[in-house]
Design a binder for this molecule. Structure first.
Ligand code: ATR
Length: 274
């Protein structure tokens, strides 16, 4: 019997996840079906209950349901609990297990695909919303020297530092600041603000970058984002969020199937198709 999975969101028509998972299934010889599922804005829990009743084995969760998915799960993996959000559900008997592979996907893209190890590095994380929060624990596991969280609303960045206080290797490994106080340069700069959605540039100073800084925007599109253009102008090597998208899918596939697919071919194909 083919095991069934889907991605739940609203809107969902644009999602590339079915193509990615179909490619992973073909490459690993796993017999799965994976489709898009539009949930009504007030109908996420009912949608999940339907899937469980229909024998689905799991689901990915995307905008705007990641927080609701964390609340609905009967059990949360640690990385999902600390992220406060779930992008991967696994249906296991009566349990709905919530996981979050977004952060591990970003780390895999930086370390494996971009070839930039994070151990001992200084990381600047722009933004302190859900996207930023999800990557902090996976970043800490790579043992960076420092993670500086810069946010427009400083108090939200301070709250994130406090939230992860028990997970730092030493005091000060994570710090918060406003954009005006960013003291660069950094080895890696990640744009986790939603500014690129509205084609805005977060107010990051040029001094955050040096020649060879890896600057990664979690967003992707046909054109480089204003953040990528700005970072490249100041010497950075830039990357968009397509690699993170493919890697978070590979991590979810591994959660469900116990096999982590190779991503290089799929990423190259998605890049050519986008
Ligand atoms: P997400 O789930 O995508 O992280 P979110 O939780 O709404 O979305 O968080 C959006 C983040 O982008 C926040 O850090 C927000 O800053 P504030 O906390 O000050 O609101 C940040 N953000 C959005 N637009 C921005 C802009 N134009 N410049 C800088 N930061 C921006």
């Amino acid at each position: 019997m083919t095991d069934k999975y889907c991605v739940i969101g609203n809107p969902i028509a644009h999602s590339k996840s079915p193509d990615i998972h179909a490619a992973f299934a073909a490459a690993t010889g796993q017999d799965i079906a994976y489709e898009r599922r539009l949930a009504p804005l007030d109908g996420f829990a009912d949608t999940v209950r339907d899937l469980v009743a229909q024998g689905y084995r799991g689901a990915n969760v995307t905008v705007p349901f990641k927080l609701e998915a964390a609340a609905l799960a009967t059990r949360l993996e640690e990385r999902a609990r600390l992220a406060g959000a779930v992008n991967t559900l696994r249906f296991d008997g009566s349990e709905i297990v919530g996981d979050n592979t977004d952060g591990p996907g970003l780390v895999a893209d930086i370390v494996r695909n971009a070839g930039v190890p994070l151990a001992g590095k200084r990381i600047l994380l722009l933004g302190a919303g859900g996207a930023a929060r999800g990557v902090i624990l996976p970043f800490l596991r790579e043992k960076p020297e420092a993670i500086v969280i810069a946010n427009r609303t400083r108090a939200t960045a301070d709250a994130l530092v406090a939230h992860f206080a028990d997970h730092v290797a030493y005091p000060g490994q994570i710090a918060a600041c406003g954009f005006a106080d960013i003291a660069g340069p950094f080895d890696v700069v990640v744009n986790a603000t939603s500014a690129s959605l509205s084609a805005d540039l977060p107010p990051v100073p040029a001094s955050a970058f040096r020649a060879g800084t890896l600057a990664l925007d979690m967003m992707y599109g046909k054109e480089p984002t204003p953040f990528m253009v700005f970072a490249a102008r100041h010497g950075a090597t830039v990357r968009d969020g397509l690699g993170m998208l493919v890697e978070q899918a590979a991590e979810a596939f591994a959660v469900w199937r116990g096999v982590r697919p190779d991503t290089a071919d799929v990423l190259a194909y998605m890049r050519a198709a986008s």
